[in-house]
Design a protein around this ligand. Structure first.
Ligand SMILES: [Zn+2]
Length: 277
């Protein structure tokens, strides 16, 4: 009975959320005409409050579901010169890991080719995935096949993440760019990992989620440089205070969870040499 009630509760919650989204979408002309406080720079919807999740209050777009990291990335593509659409996406060959659909829509219409990748359990079908591959073993993809590879919050799931970063380096063309985000504990210097920890509950306690294999520190950049990339890091400080508030590029309320990533960063890696240094 309890199980049944829980199922009904969850279903009702989903239906209510869907209905609210329809109202928000229908209401968009009014929000745009009157000027709502906030705007999602991914789907361009406007409203006065973002949704909350288990980690952060008021950080997710109620229409497309975009998170802070995705909006930071779109802000970089729209408002920086170095990482503008025109430089790294327009007419380029893109490979997007664990693809976030709203971001994919923005990339697809600009790229020369747009392909998606994920590592899925055998027998699991997902029609939007072009390559069912492990990022740390992409033997089916030739060297220098892409100009841009995107993997947001993927590497923390990969046992040999350094091998994954090296593989991304290999499949990128010279001058190509990778874009990574990873969960990082605030102010943690050195990445914490322990491959002896296999218990799901213990992984959640130590790394933040039952399928996470580590919690990254500030040394993530070194993992990228050791794989041969020249790295640039971008965060909310690269944008005006007005844009940060309007597009919620930083949590309006900091999470007190000890493993929360309050200070999101986007890591851009430029391939400047053919072999890892
Ligand atoms: Zn949105």
């Amino acid at each position: 009975m309890k199980k049944y009630l829980l199922k009904v509760y969850r279903l009702s919650k989903r239906i209510l959320k869907r209905l609210r989204n329809y109202v928000l979408i229908a209401w968009q002309p009014v929000y745009h005409a009157t000027g709502a406080k906030l705007e999602c720079n991914v789907c361009k919807s406007q409203f006065n409050q973002f949704d909350s999740d288990l980690w952060h209050a008021h950080c997710n777009c109620p229409v497309c579901g975009s998170s802070v990291r995705l909006r930071l990335l779109v802000a970089a593509l729209e408002h920086t010169e170095k990482f503008a659409y025109a430089n790294i996406i327009q007419n380029k060959r893109i490979l997007h890991f664990a693809p976030e659909r709203p971001l994919g829509e923005l990339l697809k219409k600009r790229a020369a080719s747009y392909q998606t990748a994920d590592f899925l359990a055998e027998g699991y079908s997902y029609k939007h995935i072009d390559h069912n591959i492990d990022i740390s073993n992409m033997h089916s993809i030739n060297d220098a096949s892409y100009d841009c590879v995107i993997a947001c919050d993927v590497l923390e799931h990969v046992p040999d993440d350094l091998k994954g970063i090296r593989e991304v380096h290999r499949i990128l063309n010279m001058g190509g760019v990778c874009i990574f985000t990873v969960p990082q504990k605030d102010h943690l210097k050195t990445t914490f990992e322990d491959d002896h920890v296999t218990d799901k509950k213990e992984r959640e306690r130590l790394f933040g989620q039952e399928d996470h294999l580590r919690i990254y520190g500030e040394d993530f950049v070194e993992r990228m440089t050791s794989a041969g990339f020249t790295v640039s890091t971008l965060d909310e400080n690269d944008f005006s205070a007005q844009m940060v508030t309007r597009n919620v590029l930083f949590p309006p309320i900091l999470s007190t969870h000890p493993l929360a990533t309050n200070y999101r960063k986007i890591f851009f890696g430029l391939k400047t040499s053919s072999d890892p240094s």
